[in-house]
Design a binder for this molecule. Structure first.
Ligand code: SF4
Length: 562
């Protein structure tokens, strides 16, 4: 495997992005070889049996004729596009983890009795929730980026209880629905093929002060435009869709609380990602075209990246058997709350990515000859403290989970929001400290082509040395990795996605505020301070605006504290 060089004549231009750059292809082959995996020729994952390995997963994505646009052009085959491929590798790693560490990356399917990805499993215990988090941290460590599958996992988990509750409500109203059975059949289908499911929630939203039905353009939230005898036709778009092109199925869901006049927007359904009428417009990532250059030396993370796209639905048909909500506006807010409860503690993924950044900062300090300087060590301690705070709050949210009526377990709402709120801040501080340790070269390093130049290459090798026994290329790679994670392609996932994914910071503050039980806490303080009976009586029956302390002091998983 060679990362550091490549003749300029091999450069792939923007006109031919479907060509796979040689050294990236080499990297992928070595990646597959070292894991002992081989490919298959199947282009239909369900028909070809369950997908097992990363290589089988990658082959399953070929030949789907997806309508993907990147840099103004339609992509012929996303699997072979050098800008897209690293994001596919990141998902492939989830399959590889399931093979290498089955207890962490997989579960026994209740439908097939066979091992399937943990990303397709509905949590049946707090241990299931905790293992989700441990898997996420491990995958963050292995890829240094977003591995994309948590949105689908959290959507399936949220829908399990939501569809159950919707059916119960409709039965009580005398018009029983069958959403839960449909959802269960869909989960079984995905487990039989061991497929990748993406979750599509965020609408473009238009004028944020207006409800969906008030928008000047009614398509700014995904909506039902036609009800046929056999299903629904939807139109609209979903923004920032993580891993959508790398999925086999996509589940569309409403993005916020809806009112009675938003009935057409209250739709949940599963569609194959290659369904007619779907277009993907690939999200630009800082420095993404470095993946098109002859050398991978300037990419920082040649193997892995995240993926987001704008997904446009132009009259896409969803048969009723894949419809899990149709008009029940009163359940839209519950869906969002349950989904974000799962997903906000899924952001422990960033602690795994943070482990990579801490390792990069420690390595560059070592390469610079200053691994033991006290202020460097202190900064590494601070990075670790912030990183473990993310993990601690996420894993605590899972340990303090509880059962819902469907039997699915959900994480603790308060702690999940606290986890995500840390994630909106701490990675930025970790990034700042990593740049502090690395020095200005993170942002001023010349190009790999300059390093190859006969004229200036020797000058760079002379002046960009660090510790004498460290190759200039190795120091270069670490500086580029720190750039990649704090300024480049993977800063999308590590920083901005940390800010806005699963809801921007204010969304968590609202949820934390709803659960903080000030009446309960006032009474604690007044009792200890021995205030007057008159003042104490004001909180004699404190308005319990949440169940957080019931969950804190519940001693058994099954205690009803939802
Ligand atoms: Fe999973 Fe994290 Fe990516 Fe979300 S940001 S899909 S939680 S890896």
């Amino acid at each position: 495997m060679k990362h550091g060089s490549g003749p300029a004549s091999q450069a792939v231009t923007l006109d031919t992005p479907e060509l796979m750059r040689d050294d990236v292809q080499e990297w992928i082959e070595e990646w597959a070889y070292t894991r002992g995996v081989t490919g298959t020729s199947s282009t239909n994952p369900s028909a070809g049996g369950p997908i097992r390995s990363g290589a089988e997963y990658i082959e399953s994505l070929r030949g789907r004729n997806l309508e993907v646009y990147l840099l103004g052009e339609r992509v012929v085959e996303p699997v072979d596009h050098p800008v897209i491929r690293p994001s596919i590798n990141a998902v492939a790693e989830t399959y590889e983890l399931a093979l290498r560490e089955p207890e962490l990356g997989s579960v026994i399917s209740p439908f097939t009795g066979d091992r399937v990805s943990r990303f397709l499993h509905v949590a049946r215990s707090t241990d299931d929730l905790v293992r989700q988090n441990k898997m996420q941290r491990r995958l963050g460590q292995l890829t240094g980026t977003c591995f994309q599958r948590c949105v689908g996992m959290d959507a399936l988990n949220a829908l399990h209880s939501l569809t159950y509750d919707m059916d119960a409500a409709s039965k009580a109203a005398g018009a029983p629905s069958e959403y839960h059975a449909r959802l269960s059949a869909f989960v079984e289908l995905c487990q039989v093929g061991n497929l990748v499911v993406g979750g599509a929630m965020t609408d473009p939203k238009g004028d944020r002060a207006k409800a969906p039905h008030e928008q000047a353009d009614l398509d700014l939230f995904l909506r039902v435009v036609e009800r046929r005898a056999d299903g629904l036709v939807v139109r609209g778009a979903k923004a920032h869709q993580t891993g959508c092109i790398n999925s086999h199925w996509m589940v569309v869901m409403p993005t916020m609380r809806l009112g009675p006049r938003d009935r057409d927007y209250a739709v949940i359904g599963a569609v194959p990602v290659d369904a007619p009428g779907i277009r993907y417009i690939y999200g630009r990532q800082s420095c993404d075209t470095r993946s098109l250059e002859a050398s991978s030396l300037d990419t920082g993370n040649p193997g892995f990246s995240g993926q987001e796209a704008l997904v446009v639905f132009e009259d896409v048909f969803i048969p009723f058997e894949r419809v899990f909500m149709d008009g029940e506006v009163e359940f839209a807010a519950t869906l969002v709350e349950r989904f974000t409860c799962y997903h906000r503690r899924s952001y422990v993924c960033k602690s795994g990515v943070g482990d990579v950044l801490i390792g990069a900062a420690a390595t560059i300090a070592d390469y610079n000859g200053v691994p033991k300087v006290s202020h460097i060590r202190d900064k590494l301690v601070e990075m670790t403290h912030l990183n473990e705070t993310i993990y601690a709050t996420g894993i605590a949210a899972s340990y303090q989970g509880h059962a819902l009526p469907s039997g699915a377990y959900i994480s603790d709402e308060m702690l999940a929001n606290v986890c995500k709120h840390h994630v909106t801040k701490s990675p930025y501080e970790l990034g700042r400290l990593a740049q502090d340790i690395a020095g200005g070269l993170v942002a001023t390093l010349p190009s790999a082509a300059d390093l190859e130049s006969e004229v200036v290459g020797p000058l760079l090798r002379k002046y960009l040395v660090g510790r004498g026994d460290v190759a200039v290329e190795d120091r270069w790679k670490l500086l580029r990795l720190i750039e990649n994670m704090t300024l480049g392609r993977n800063a999308v996932g590590y920083l901005t996605e940390s800010m806005h994914g699963a809801g921007s910071p204010q969304a968590q503050r609202i949820q934390i505020g709803r659960q903080m039980q000030l009446g309960y806490k006032r009474r604690l303080a007044k009792t200890i301070a021995r205030v007057s009976e008159e003042s104490l009586a004001q909180d004699a029956d404190p308005a319990e605006d949440g169940n957080y302390f019931k969950r804190v002091f519940a001693l058994r998983d099954e205690d009803p504290v939802g």
